[in-house]
Design a protein around this ligand. Structure first.
Ligand code: IMP
Ligand code: MG
Length: 190
């Protein structure tokens, strides 16, 4: 879909805050997640920077997971297209493993719910979920992440892996997308 006119000049979370929180999250997991069969699965594409930063803190906390990725898609612009689908599956064997599913943001809850069921169906012993951002006010299916970086309000964000129409993932911070006509989220589909 064609993008609306928008600005991304408002920084919501700075690189420094991201770094500190990701470090804390990894330390939190290290205390609750002792496993000699740990698998980290990133939900692409949004989680790639978060996951890459986090697993380096795993190393510092003596956690040594196998790492793989899956691609799930459902969004066009800022609008969820409904049921997310696995468009590229992971290949690591998760049977009997303790899995941490990592996503960029928990919004309606559909993606993480579907991804969790997918990993359970493949025989994981346990599945924990970890998201950088949580927008609880947008939830459509009941879903709570076991580990979350920041709770944010209902506005669309980009950066640190998150995109708007495929762009702005490279920003080192999280920025708010401000639409020219004030539209956001579902209003932005017009
Ligand atoms: P859910 O299935 O609605 O929970 O959506 C989760 C997915 O929606 C995330 O993995 C993102 O790809 C996308 N998403 C939701 N909110 C935002 C946002 O504010 N910025 C960028 N992507 C978002
Ligand atoms: Mg995503």
């Amino acid at each position: 879909m064609e993008s609306l006119k928008y600005d991304i000049d408002e920084i919501v979370i700075t690189p420094r805050k991201l770094e500190r929180r990701v470090n804390d999250l990894a330390a939190e997991m290290a205390t609750g997640l002792q496993s000699d069969n740990l698998v980290v699965i990133g939900v692409l594409r949004g989680s790639f920077i978060f996951l890459a930063d986090m697993v380096r803190w795993f190393y510092m906390n003596d956690m040594h997971p196998r790492i793989d990725f899956m691609i799930m898609e459902s969004y066009a612009g800022t609008v969820s297209q409904g049921e997310p689908a696995v468009s590229r599956d992971f290949t690591v064997d998760v049977a009997g493993a303790d899995v941490v599913l990592v996503d960029d943001i928990l919004d309606t809850g559909r993606t993480l719910t579907k991804a969790t069921a997918h990993v359970v169906a493949k025989g994981a012993k346990t599945v924990r979920t970890c998201v950088l951002l949580d927008k609880p006010s947008r939830r459509l299916v009941p879903c709570e992440a076991d580990y979350k970086g920041f709770v944010i309000e209902d506005f669309f964000v980009v950066g640190y892996g998150l995109d708007y129409n495929g762009r702005h993932r490279e920003l080192p911070h999280i920025a708010k997308v401000r639409f020219a006509d004030g539209a956001q989220n579902d209003d932005a589909s017009a």
